[in-house]
Design a protein around this ligand. Structure first.
Ligand code: NAD
Length: 496
């Protein structure tokens, strides 16, 4: 069986090196968010199907773990080549199921490939360290060993990239894996697993199960799953972290965001507006690094407000597959209603909608889940919206007397995924970098997404765990350190 695309047929799982029809009794029917055309029927797997995938991964582990790292990365080189060849197909699939523009989807896939490239360095990155003569004639060695079966659970906003924050590192370090992609965007991974199938990976090393919360809980509870990498909303991340901890399992759980950008009066205003516009409204505001609150300081207020409104007005909203479109639909009709009602909360609380995207209809795509960019000016700090993740194309503008007050706004946020500053002052930039409580800091940058060889994670309620995703942190997460202390009596060597 290959990756199915007939929307009346449930998509398969991929278990033990082959596509497997689901035995699920519950399904989710997906539509393309731009056209509302049927896209896929997603089985919502239960514990039995999850168990089959974990069993396959556990069976593959002993042999995979013994495979030399140099040999383990050969399928990743092949995967990189296949992802490059199929980049366009994968990108268009992302657009069809998520809605983002195909240019945004291509950029997403480039990030996925970058992670595969970095994981190809495992033979160097996975090395431990040692010291001779920690005491006379005694040596000490630290080695890294894989954990066993690891679970990866991913969200709806980056169907192609986020699974690759984890998968290449997990398997290159010698683990075997079960991935559960978001049940709202499962098709990109159907295509990616069809490519993984062609890489020569032994069966059972990578497995794919489709499902929702029940599948995640079954994965966490399964005694053979050693670790969980999770990305999603804060509520789900917190629940997954607590459940994994209750089993004594290691977990890294990335949660939601409410990202602030501070604009100082000495910022290059046209550049700031252009970059913040892309950050707030790119991917229809459904990036975990999307700026959603712009705090202007002093005289920046009027100039920035005008510049961002002009930039946002110029964005063309439509089907992400069409030429010249800058912003696609939001993920679902439910997302659209939720975002519209949150904008209503902001307006009721006293904000002025200087751009109001509610009720957007796009000619030719009347059933699509579109919203034009929305800008809420003067959202009162006491509004519930101030720290609610809207996860849509909505930017709130708020004002601070000085940098102290602006940093205070960030301080009060429960989230800490990203904080950005626009300025031409090195001293202000240093202070911001030093004090802002967020995992990703942008200085004159709107989306401070770390490259694959840097760690990725938020702070506060945007992350539960210690070790971040990607790069060296991924090696740390997917390996267990073992220390060997050795003594060999010298006289024995004289026998030879
Ligand atoms: P979501 O929380 O609804 O779902 C994410 C994943 O968790 C899915 O696979 C889903 O099946 C599963 N899930 C949902 N509820 C669960 C529960 N109670 N227990 C166990 N599993 C559960 O998130 P989403 O809507 O798919 O994605 C958007 C969210 O993800 C936003 O909040 C966004 O900020 C966040 N996100 C964060 C990062 C980051 O790096 N911090 C990156 C991307 C997205």
């Amino acid at each position: 069986m290959s990756a199915a695309t007939d929307p009346s047929q449930p998509i398969p799982h991929y278990i033990d090196g082959q596509w497997a029809a689901s035995r699920a009794t519950e399904f989710l029917d997906l539509v393309n968010p731009a056209t509302a055309e049927g896209l896929a029927r997603v089985p919502l797997a239960g514990a039995a199907e999850v168990g089959a995938a974990v069993t396959a991964a556990a069976a593959a582990f002993p042999e995979w773990r013994r495979t030399p790292p140099e040999d383990r990365i050969q399928p990743l080189f092949k995967l990189k080549q296949l992802l490059e060849e199929e980049l366009e197909v994968l990108s268009r699939t992302i657009t069809q199921e998520n809605g983002k523009t195909v240019a945004e989807a291509r950029a997403e896939m480039r990030r996925a490939i970058e992670n595969v490239e970095v994981a190809c360095g495992i033979p160097s990155m996975m090395q431990g360290y040692n010291l001779e003569d920690v005491a006379r004639g005694i040596d000490e060695i630290m080695i890294r060993q894989p954990l066993g079966v690891v679970a990866v659970v991913t969200p709806s906003n980056f169907p192609g990239m986020i699974p690759f924050w984890f998968l290449p590192y997990a398997i290159a370090t010698g683990n075997t894996l079960v991935l559960k992609p978001s049940e709202r965007v499962p098709l990109t991974m159907q295509k990616a697993f069809a490519l993984l199938h062609r890489t020569g990976l032994p069966r059972g090393v990578v497995n794919l199960v489709n499902g929702g919360r029940a599948a995640v809980e079954a994965l966490i509870d399964h005694p053979q799953v050693r670790a969980v990498s999770f990305v999603g909303s804060t509520a789900a991340a917190r629940a997954v972290y607590a459940r994994a901890a209750a089993h004594g399992k290691r977990a890294q759980c990335q949660g939601g965001a409410k990202n602030h950008v501070v604009i100082l009066p000495d910022a290059e205003m046209e550049m700031a507006a252009r970059i913040v516009n892309d950050s707030a409204f790119g991917c229809a505001g459904q990036r975990c690094l999307a700026v959603s609150v712009a705090v202007t300081v002093g005289s920046a207020q009027r100039e920035f407000r005008e510049a961002i409104a002009d930039a946002a007005k110029a964005l063309k909203v439509g089907n992400g597959l069409d030429e010249g479109v800058h912003m696609g639909p939001v993920l679902t009709a439910q997302s659209k209603s939720r975002i519209e009602s949150l904008v209503g909360v902001g307006v009721k609380d006293g904000a002025r909608a200087i751009l109001d995207g509610r009720g957007t209809r796009i000619a030719g795509y009347e059933k699509g889940s579109f919203l034009n960019p929305t800008i809420l000016d003067g959202l009162p700090p006491e509004s519930a919206l101030t720290d609610t993740e809207i996860f849509g194309p909505v930017l709130s503008l708020t004002h601070a007397r000085d940098l102290d007050e602006a940093i205070g706004f960030l301080e009060r946020s429960a989230h800490g995924n990203q904080a950005s500053l626009f300025t031409s002052s090195g001293a202000a930039a240093r202070r911001f970098r030093y004090e802002a409580k967020a995992g990703n800091i942008g200085i004159n940058i709107g989306v401070a997404a770390p490259m694959a060889y840097f760690p990725f994670s938020g702070w506060k309620d945007s992350f539960f765990g210690v070790v971040h995703a990607q790069g060296r942190d991924a090696i740390e997460f997917y390996t267990e350190k073992k220390v060997v202390v050795e003594r060999w009596a010298a006289e024995h060597s004289r026998k030879f």
